[in-house]
Design a protein around this ligand. Sequence first.
Ligand SMILES: [Zn+2]
Length: 160
Amino acid sequence: MSPGFCRRCASPLVPGVPEGEDRPRLQCPACGHVEYQNPRVRAGCLAGCGSGTAVLRTVLVQPGERLQSAALRALGASLPEDDLALYCAITDRGAGEVSLVFRSLAGLLGGRGGQEGESVPQWQSALLEQFEADLHRPDVPVYTAEFNGGRLLLAVVERS
Ligand SMILES: [Zn+2]
């Protein structure tokens, strides 16, 4: 879904490698504007809700919004930010998104997430499964992950 016209001067964009860069971008030959296409950033929060089950809620981070604020907004709970620990950083090339998923140390305190009207990432169920397995461990790892061909490939970065 690439834009066809310059957002500054409405001239047709053409692909090319901008000076000093190493990959092709859409550029405006009239005014020099470069149309960068960056991944969307998603923040999420996992929380256990007793009996070994967990919930994961995510939202797209808004411009200027802090990651932790977005994660708490996703969870729909008013918790202090110190109740969040980073759990997984996920690259989802297919969706053009990077996601930072936190876990709530306090557990789920009710409330509704901010997921209505937003797409649910395809990796969600795989990460939930991993989190439910990690929930009762004394040392919950921090992961990086890549969602690739329908599979979530997790790598442990650090144990806390
Ligand atoms: Zn232009």
